[in-house]
Design a protein around this ligand. Structure first.
Ligand code: ADP
Ligand code: MG
Length: 253
């Protein structure tokens, strides 16, 4: 399945704490999956396992049909070498709750850093593309500002442009609007809605039920380290099969 994500049987513990108890999820090319679930249910850990920021205890992840973090040798599975992990991870753009921009670099430099340093792109070409990307997220006029001169919503849009500059196959979002003042949430969701409509494959951990309803193809409800329920967005959100999903939705609405 080129351009998609395949997650199979992911288990992950930290010491005695079992966080993921066998998570399966497929994301087709161009599909938008929203992941909902209570705090502590393992959503962030799942995203971190997907791009191998955390090694898994069992199971596997494939992006574009390539194993993430591991490789087969002599009939066994081994963790890949750093540079192979980095190369595979590059297929996935990650956007965090706390934007994680480089505070000493302007917006446009934040966006060109990866393409120039990691992909070896021509700096001028990278800058031209970065300005285009910043224009796409509504920040053409702010490209030469430092993060501290930007609002939270603008910083998060820079972070999205930065991830897109690496031309990922899949974008992973971990509660991208949770740290924002309410009046800034909409501008970030608008950018994400545009990405989705342009065919980007996306996994979005969010508490924005309205966004999930409108934009997601599939909604996944996680609790206690498992996928409790997944299905078409309208079905899961409007007529959940599981009591736990229904209770959660009643609580966040
Ligand atoms: P969510 O994103 O759904 O709120 P998390 O994936 O952040 O949930 O956390 C799930 C559980 O895993 C929590 O109990 C959390 O304390 C635990 N956890 C997450 N990361 C670590 C870690 N690095 N070390 C120990 N426990 C962790
Ligand atoms: Mg989280």
């Amino acid at each position: 399945m080129a351009g998609g994500l395949r997650i199979r049987g992911i288990r992950k513990s930290f010491g005695d704490v079992v966080v993921l108890r066998g998570v399966d999820l497929d994301v087709a090319p161009g599909e938008v999956v929203c992941v909902l679930g209570p705090s502590g249910s393992g959503k962030s850990t799942l995203l971190r396992c997907v791009n191998h920021l955390e090694p898994v205890d069992a199971g596997f992840v494939q992006v574009d049909d390539e194993l993430v973090g591991y490789e087969h040798r002599d009939g066994r599975l081994y963790e890949s070498a750093e540079r192979d992990i980095a190369r595979t991870r590059r297929r996935m753009g990650m956007v965090f709750q706390q934007f994680h921009l480089f505070s000493h670099l302007t917006a446009v430099r934040n966006v060109t850093l990866g393409p120039v340093k990691v992909l070896g792109r021509d700096p001028r070409e990278a800058e031209r593309e970065a300005r285009e990307l910043l224009a796409r997220v509504g920040l053409a006029a702010h490209a030469d500002k430092l993060p501290a001169q930007l609002s939270g919503g603008q910083q998060q849009r820079v972070a999205i442009a930065r991830a897109m500059a690496m031309k990922p196959s899949v974008m992973l979002f971990d509660e991208p609007t949770s740290a924002l003042d309410p009046e800034l949430v909409g501008e970030v969701l608008t950018v994400m809605r545009d990405l989705a409509s342009q065919g980007m494959t996306m996994v979005v951990v969010t508490h924005e039920i309205g966004f999930a309803h409108e934009v997601a193809d599939t909604v996944v409800f996680m609790d206690d380290g498992v996928v409790v329920e997944s299905g078409p967005a309208a079905q899961v959100l409007l007529s959940p099969r599981s009591e736990r999903t229904a209770a959660f939705l009643a609580h966040v609405r």
